[in-house]
Design a protein around this ligand. Structure first.
Ligand code: GLP
Length: 244
């Protein structure tokens, strides 16, 4: 779907999340949200915080799994996705800290494989992800599944693409300080979600949106794998959709 602007689109996405959270609450069930970072989901989080404050939306039955985290990364670092999520969402809502999951960027390398498997198992133990939010990188990455990522990839340690590191460099005060690796859910982890909303805003995303829509399904543009699944919705603003 194409919306006039990012804010209108984000409010709609947030309202749909809120409806599911409330419906599950009525049945005393948990909701599992797959969450993303970056500038794209920020308005969604803003609207969820507003719904919590002004509309009594509670997140006590929400379990969350974030897509990715830089590696290595200390959770209390300015640039960590833990800090991002706290600042934009978790510090302002009543989600239970035990229900929040973000890949751990502090592990020694030899522990990562086992940790990633446990991350997968935990998602499965909660019954899978109900709604997965996604942004898209200029390389066509989803999470940190860069070009070359396999369709059946799972949560794992990956190397970051040069374009992605260039885009992240300003956050880290220069490319030389930008991590070269990350832990990310895999394509298969993402596609297992019951509902997926890939959001893209602004002219900067128009080209990769066009490529994703028009290309055949290929690991060279990981977002194209989304087109194989019915539960996927592309949520665009008019600028991101302007080259279609
Ligand atoms: C990062 C994140 C992705 C995100 C992408 C786009 O690399 N790991 O999950 O979708 O950047 O970022 P932005 O939303 O700021 O354009």
């Amino acid at each position: 779907s194409v919306y006039p602007d990012a804010k209108t689109a984000s409010i709609d996405v947030a309202q749909r999340i809120a409806s599911l959270v409330r419906a599950k609450q009525r049945e005393a069930e948990q909701v599992v949200l797959g969450l993303a970072t970056g500038s794209t989901p920020m308005y969604v989080y803003e609207e969820l915080v507003r719904l919590h404050r002004e509309d009594g939306l509670s997140f006590r039955n929400v379990v969350s799994f974030n897509l990715d985290e830089y590696y290595p990364m200390q959770p209390d670092s300015q640039q960590s996705y833990v800090t991002f999520m706290k600042k934009h969402l978790f510090d302002h809502i009543d989600i239970q800290p035990d229900n929040v999951h973000i890949p751990d960027g502090t592990l020694p390398k030899e522990k990562i494989k086992e940790y990633c498997l446990a991350y997968e198992n935990k998602i499965a133990a909660f019954g899978g992800i109900d709604i997965q939010l996604l942004g898209i990188g200029r390389t066509g990455h989803i999470g940190f599944n860069e070009p070359g990522a396999e369709r059946y990839s799972k949560t794992r340690l990956v190397e970051l693409n040069d374009v992605t590191r260039t885009d992240a460099a300003s956050t880290f005060g220069g490319k030389e300080y930008t991590p070269t690796e990350a832990i990310t859910m895999g394509i298969d982890t993402i596609l297992a979600a019951k509902k997926i909303m890939l959001m893209a805003w602004g002219t900067g995303k128009a080209e990769i949106v066009k490529k994703t829509m028009e290309s055949e399904i290929t690991a060279e543009i990981p977002a194209t794998f989304l087109k194989t699944c019915e539960q996927v919705e592309f949520v665009l603003d008019s600028e991101a959709a302007s080259s279609l």
